[in-house]
Design a protein around this ligand. Sequence first.
Ligand code: NAD
Length: 192
Amino acid sequence: MPKYAKSQGEKVVRSSDISILCGIKPDVIRRDFSHFGDFGVRGRGYDIDKLIVQIRKNLGINRKKNVILIGVGSLGTALLKYQGFRTANFNFIAAFDINPKKIGKKIGETIIYNIKEVNSFIEKNKIKIALLTVPTSETIKIINNLDSKYIKGILNFTSTILPARKNNIYIRNIDLARELEVISFCMNRCNI
Ligand code: NAD
């Protein structure tokens, strides 16, 4: 949100502005930001540049993070092409697939490797985050095979809902159908 305000040429953003953008009450925003530090000016708002630096620090994205993607099909390819990850400081250092026709090819800057090489790559490059875009039937096999000594975060796009924490790995299950359900719920609630 502060980035959006910055792109609009603003120097300062108020909790009431952020509230309109993200649907969270201003007092909740002020309370949460107060944990970050003291860069709000009463009645004026927050210094956007300072806010961005602090939020990036808190999210652990103030430095570039290398991530890998497993399963380079329709969704995996679209994600590899998305420039927004780079802007957010995430770099797709490698992708992995089982299909011999895809191995060795490149999507943008990212080379596709054989899935058999995934753990040696993770170990060599100390990779901590993986995105999973394989067919749902492959999810558990892949998760069980991943080196949990290094991998600490998984963004799971498959339909298999995984526990939020497994073998000391944080997992986020992403499902756009569920997001549409939320939209539908909100519309129903407001009689839209
Ligand atoms: P796809 O069939 O186009 O791609 C799957 C890719 O995974 C293929 O390239 C295949 O070769 C590869 N693969 C298969 N087994 C593998 C293995 N063991 N190791 C490595 N690679 C392997 O499928 P898609 O349409 O890109 O969908 C991918 C996944 O994303 C599916 O599970 C689908 O249900 C899910 N999906 C989720 C959302 C969402 O909102 N979360 C949206 C669309 C699709």
